[in-house]
Design a protein around this ligand. Structure first.
Ligand code: HEC
Length: 155
């Protein structure tokens, strides 16, 4: 009988920890509000500084930016890319850093029918069916800034 009691106590002690692992999604990254000025976002998201090398990884990664599904980018060794969106070689000669940031963050401010995903749209405005994605942006603020850092090199 004593063993059974101990078991029950152990079960109760163990429960909160188990609930965390199974039911509750990991805490969402703190979302930084951004401000649109003249169809551009002048300030870096969360005040972060981007990293070019990681930006190249994010644009090529099918589970991250997946930009290559739609755009051609001048990355060495990439042979397959999408052609349903404008090629991005030389994009920084046409768009400023702030204009590029709005395109990546939420292109629907420029074209409400855009098929391009908003990579840093306010999570409270997105209806994401999977619970584990609730409250999250497609890319983190750091990843967006990394992508921007890379795009501005495309002159
Ligand atoms: C599902 C397809 C799709 C994906 C994925 C996508 N885009 Fe786009 N993108 C478009 C389309 C289509 C346009 C043309 C404008 C529009 O329709 O919104 C565009 C426009 C742009 C522009 C402006 C181009 C110009 O010539 O003015 C930039 C910059 C851009 N995308 C960057 C990116 C980056 C960086 C990624 C990845 C993080 C990405 N896109 C992912 C479809 C896509």
């Amino acid at each position: 009988m004593k063993t059974v009691n101990t078991l029950i106590v152990l079960l109760f002690v163990g429960m909160p920890a188990m609930a965390e692992v199974e039911g509750v999604p990991p805490a969402p990254e703190t979302y930084c509000q951004w401000e649109m000025v003249n169809y551009a976002i002048p300030a870096p998201l969360c005040g972060l500084k981007g990293d070019v090398a990681n930006g190249i990884k994010v644009v090529s990664d099918g589970a991250k930016g997946n930009c290559l599904a739609c755009h051609q980018l001048p990355i060495e060794g990439i042979e397959a890319y999408g052609t349903i969106a404008p090629p991005l070689a030389g994009i920084a000669a046409r768009l400023t850093e702030a204009q590029l940031r709005l395109r990546v963050v939420d292109s629907r401010h420029l074209n409400p029918n855009s098929i391009m995903p908003g990579f840093y749209r306010d999570p409270s405005l997105i209806n994401r069916p999977a619970k584990s994605y609730e409250g999250k942006t497609f890319l983190s603020a750091q990843e967006v800034e990394d992508v921007i850092a890379y795009l501005v090199t495309l002159k």
